[in-house]
Design a protein around this ligand. Structure first.
Ligand code: ADP
Length: 259
């Protein structure tokens, strides 16, 4: 902890300067703390599957098993390795987007098609869960953005909407014109998020109700990636949710992104 400069009594330039430096120190300390927390959460998340794999293999080596048992335990290890792989990919993605502003490849995109393409990539899950997709695009919308990064945003949001929805529910995607904006809303009628947790979902590694729904797998990194990318692309994002009712995410693209 760095000590702060005691503020001089007199409200002169020195007072203002000291106050500014103290504020700066506050911000540096918060950033360092956040970085430390991230590293500690990341190592915990990486270590957990490794420990599980090691434990499983050690037990297998120690005691002979039936071929079925071998197969079952090895398949379990493979799924943990897959999870680890996914986690590492997401961590790399997060790291890559820090200060990436210079290398954005802005191009004119047909927004309606980006959404429809993403939906078709998830058609397997949509069919399996019998989710009714309702798209409502009032006209043909074009935006100027980085295709690769923007598709990650849309893909993560649609993927979450499907993942956190039960069978036979509805997912509505609307694109409409706001005042100097285009709004794209993704509204599911899934399990929703507890009101105490809605404000935390953009934090890295945060998972709401992870214990209530252990069958829904995730890393808690998807929305923090989305948040970071939205900041890079100057897109506003707003999330609201009600438990057992559903979640709504609204992306607002500004006029300058439309030219
Ligand atoms: P992950 O899905 O890998 O856990 P995310 O960062 O994408 O991580 O989301 C963080 C948390 O926010 C999720 O664990 C979940 O609790 C909640 N969440 C995100 N999207 C939705 C949604 N559409 N419906 C319900 N909960 C959601």
């Amino acid at each position: 902890l760095i000590s702060r400069i005691p503020l001089p009594q007199k409200k002169d330039e020195l007072h203002v300067l000291s106050k500014t430096i103290n504020n700066l120190l506050d911000r540096i300390e918060t950033a360092v703390e956040r970085e430390k927390q991230f590293t500690s959460d990341a190592s915990h998340e990486l270590r957990t599957p490794l420990t599980v794999i090691k434990g499983t293999l050690e037990v297998l080596v120690r005691k002979p098993r039936t071929p079925e048992e071998y197969e079952d335990r090895i398949n379990f290890c493979v799924s943990e390795v897959d999870r680890l792989n996914y986690l590492v990919d997401q961590l790399l993605l997060l790291a890559r987007f820090e200060n990436q502003k210079q290398s954005l490849k802005m191009e004119r995109l047909y927004l309606n098609a980006v959404v429809l393409d993403t939906l078709s990539r998830h058609s397997g899950k949509i069919q399996a869960k019998e989710i009714e997709i309702v798209t409502n695009f009032s006209e043909e919308f074009y935006i100027k953005t980085d295709y690769y990064l923007f598709s990650i945003i849309i893909n993560n949001l649609i993927s979450n909407a499907l993942k956190y929805s039960n069978k036979n529910t509805k997912l509505a995607i609307t694109i409409s014109k706001g005042i100097n904006t285009i709004e794209c809303s993704i509204v599911d009628s899934g399990i929703g998020i507890d009101s105490k947790d809605v404000g935390k979902v953009f934090n890295s590694f945060f998972r709401s109700d992870a214990t209530e729904h252990p069958e829904i797998k995730g890393t808690g990194l998807g929305l923090s990636i989305v948040k970071k990318l939205c900041a890079l692309l100057a897109i506003d994002i707003d999330i609201s949710s009600q438990k057992n009712v559903g979640t709504s995410v609204i992306l607002s693209l500004h006029e300058e992104d439309l030219k």
